[in-house]
Design a protein around this ligand. Structure first.
Ligand code: PLP
Length: 415
């Protein structure tokens, strides 16, 4: 059992390089021995945290610029989430979807009101939200098997979601997959329009493609997708599992384009740290569903929905969208200035608090150096540092990160 560690608040950026303690080494050895090797884990053991800070098992402090891959959008132990969890723990944790509990309807109501759509279905993860969305699209268009998606996109690991994931490396080991997927280059509106036919049941797009290295789909492309869907009768689905729920500075990333989808998929931040996914659908899809068409044992359970409500209340009542917007503007300028003075930065892309920094070298070793300096970041593809910090990240943490990255990239140039 891991010990409860009392974190000593050493300031980020001042400690020496990490080496696992004997206790941490034991955890890693057991994991390697017993847990299926689907992840290339980094030797980092966060055991506690507060806000945007994480503390490892040696008490060293880190700024969290990854947020558990866009899950911990309110940081660690946000008072509203702690309260919701404590209240929920006093009630029934699980009731099954055969019966009622209030939080599911309340959360659906909030999502429906905010999105302008009409109904929500709850599940446990992003990939399940995609499965639900593509099944509903089939119901709305019986017999039409085509799904048009984007090259390099990512929609999840289950068979349906994997089949419509544009990143070929993920698909290849599992082929043959579910037939019908077609992929078009990002932001090629003409290719998209040409690919959508009377056989297409859905067009599936990530308004900001996170796993692809933070590549935004243009407003023009999203509008062309709406037009193609209207022309053909296909369903337009926006996958906002990573880029939605405030991440870009608006509640839904597609708002900036003024395009309304027929369905939007959500997960990650939605459950405030507990597993929760959703597909929110408009009239076109809500009207075709009958009991028995789809379901899940755990989806939309009372605890996760309670946290989801607390998360959405925090977004609204604590002015977090404006905060994300302002943080994104400052971070964007700081990264653009870094790119101008440091030729190792090839490109910076993003909005709000989702950013990709494309380097002239593999991102993995740079991310590990950043960890040594007290900054937890992600990577995407081979050369992109990816940032998905909590919405409450302080200004000083982002400024400190830019300085640390500048320092690392100036230390040595790739051969
Ligand atoms: N869609 C997008 C855009 C994602 O970023 C992810 C996960 O990274 C998924 C779908 C799959 O979500 P999950 O890992 O919760 O199944």
């Amino acid at each position: 059992m891991p010990r409860e560690i009392l974190a000593r608040e050493k300031s980020p950026g001042k400690s020496a390089a990490r080496r696992p303690s004997p206790a941490a080494a034991e955890v890693e050895a057991r994991d390697r021995e017993t847990v299926l090797g689907t992840y290339a884990r980094t030797s980092f053991h966060p055991v506690s945290g507060r806000g945007a800070r994480l503390f490892d098992s040696d008490g060293k402090a880190y700024w969290d610029l990854l947020g558990g891959i866009a899950v911990n959008a309110l940081g660690i132990r946000h008072p509203r989430l702690v309260r919701a969890l404590a209240e929920g723990a006093r009630g029934v944790w699980h009731v099954s979807n055969l019966f009622y509990h209030p939080s599911q309807g309340l959360l659906a109501e909030r999502l429906v009101r905010a999105s302008g759509l009409s109904k929500a279905f709850f599940c446990n993860s992003g990939t399940e939200a995609i499965e639900a969305a593509i099944k509903l699209a089939r119901l709305a268009n019986p017999g039409r098997a085509g799904i048009v998606a984007v090259e390099e996109s990512f929609h999840g690991r289950t068979f349906g979601a994997l089949s419509v994931t544009g990143h070929e490396e993920y698909r290849r080991p599992f082929e043959p997959l579910v037939p019908g997927a077609r992929f078009v280059p990002p932001n090629d509106a003409a290719a998209l329009s040409a690919a959508v036919t009377e056989e297409t049941s859905a067009i599936l797009l990530e308004p900001v493609m996170g796993e692809a290295g933070v590549i935004a789909l243009s407003d023009e492309f999203l509008r062309a997708a709406r037009k193609a869907a209207d022309r053909s009768g296909a369903t337009l689905i926006f996958d906002e599992i990573q880029c939605g729920l405030g991440r870009t500075g608006t509640l839904f990333a597609h708002e900036r384009a003024g395009v309304s989808p027929d369905a939007v998929t959500l997960a990650k931040a939605l459950g405030g740290g507990l597993p929760l996914g959703a597909v929110v659908v408009g009239e076109k899809l809500s009207g075709v569903v009958r009991p028995g068409h789809h379901g899940t044992t755990f989806g939309g359970n009372p605890l996760a929905c309670r946290l989801g409500l607390a998360f959405l209340e925090a977004i609204e009542e604590e002015g977090l969208l404006a905060r994300v917007e302002a943080a994104g503007r400052r971070l964007g300028s700081a990264l653009a200035a870094l790119a101008r003075r440091n030729p190792s930065v090839r490109d910076v892309r993003g909005a709000g608090l989702i950013w990709g920094i494309e380097l002239d070298r593999p991102a993995g070793p740079v991310a590990r150096r950043l960890l040594d300096l007290g900054f937890v970041v992600g990577t995407a593809r081979e050369r992109v540092i990816r940032l998905l910090p909590p919405y409450i990240i302080p200004r000083s943490a982002l400024a400190g990160f830019v300085r640390a990255l500048d320092q690392i990239l100036s230390e040595e140039r790739p051969a």
